[in-house]
Design a protein around this ligand. Structure first.
Ligand code: PEP
Length: 258
């Protein structure tokens, strides 16, 4: 089955709404200039919450083919949860995607697999497509138990979803030791875990479901390494942090085939 590659930029806590406007405009110009086929490689930006309204206005107003998503959402729908952002609000802002379970959320905000499962369910309540992040730390990688660790995260995270919901999920394999460190997993490392995830999904659901799910790699992706990462047959795109803050570099990542 052919899966449309997806390149998603995670801006993390960078760029205010004015800087975000410039980045989105430059990214769009650069891609259009190069006749980027957005149907062939989907391009998504995930700015901070406070930029979403501006990015939405830009995308809708100028009919851009980029999509936008958020970096997190609340498990709750509404109520007395100071500082939280509901999936309902993200849907109103036209978000297509939402990142769930990023390792920085798991580490700094103590998000357990159970919380991640609730967040995935919350995303589907509002028609958002989750980019569900999994990945191992350095200790686990050194111990050689990275595949089983990641597969446990997959099982626990998907626990509250229906098989129908799982069909549209995007999974991002992000080894924590490769995030923001300049240390990139080898293409073989990325393919090994992405293939194991797909096999696991086939066991849990069906071969058809597993074949349709896009599995991204994330961790120090740049224009210089994206082609080799994408060579893995189970790697369907990238979740890009640092390099997504430079529109020329991110556009080059999105055009990895050229
Ligand atoms: C990320 O934040 O998801 C990420 C992969 O970051 P970086 O590309 O900077 O390693």
């Amino acid at each position: 089955m052919s899966r449309t590659p997806l390149m998603a930029g995670n801006w993390k806590m960078n760029l205010d709404h004015l800087q975000g406007t410039l980045l989105v405009q430059k990214l769009d110009w650069t891609l259009r200039d190069a006749n980027h086929d957005f149907g062939a490689v989907e391009v998504v930006v995930c700015p901070p919450f406070t930029d979403l309204r501006t990015v939405q206005t830009l995308i809708d107003g100028d009919k851009l083919e980029l999509k936008h998503g958020a970096q997190d959402l609340s498990v709750h729908d509404s109520g007395a949860y100071t500082g939280e952002i509901s999936g309902a609000f993200l849907a109103k802002l036209g978000c297509t995607y939402v990142i769930v379970g990023h390792s920085e959320r798991r580490e700094y905000h103590h998000e357990s697999d159970a919380v991640v499962a609730d967040k995935l369910a919350a995303a589907y309540r509002y028609g958002l497509t989750p980019i569900f992040c999994v990945g191992e730390g350095l200790e686990i990688r050194k111990a050689g138990t990275h595949v089983s660790h990641v597969l446990e995260q997959i099982k626990a995270g998907l626990a509250k979803l229906t098989p129908e919901q799982v069909r549209s999920i995007v999974v991002a394999y992000e080894p924590i030791w490769a995030i923001g460190t300049g240390e990139v997993a080898t293409p073989e490392d990325a393919q090994e875990v992405c293939a194991a995830i797909r096999t696991q999904l086939a066991e849990m659901y069906s071969g058809d479901t597993a074949d349709g799910i896009r599995i991204l790699y994330g961790g120090s992706v740049k224009s210089g390494n994206i082609a080799s990462i994408m060579a893995g047959e189970d790697v369907d795109g990238a979740l890009v942090g640092g390099a997504s803050l430079d529109p020329t570099e991110f556009a080059a990542i999105c055009r990895y085939q050229k």
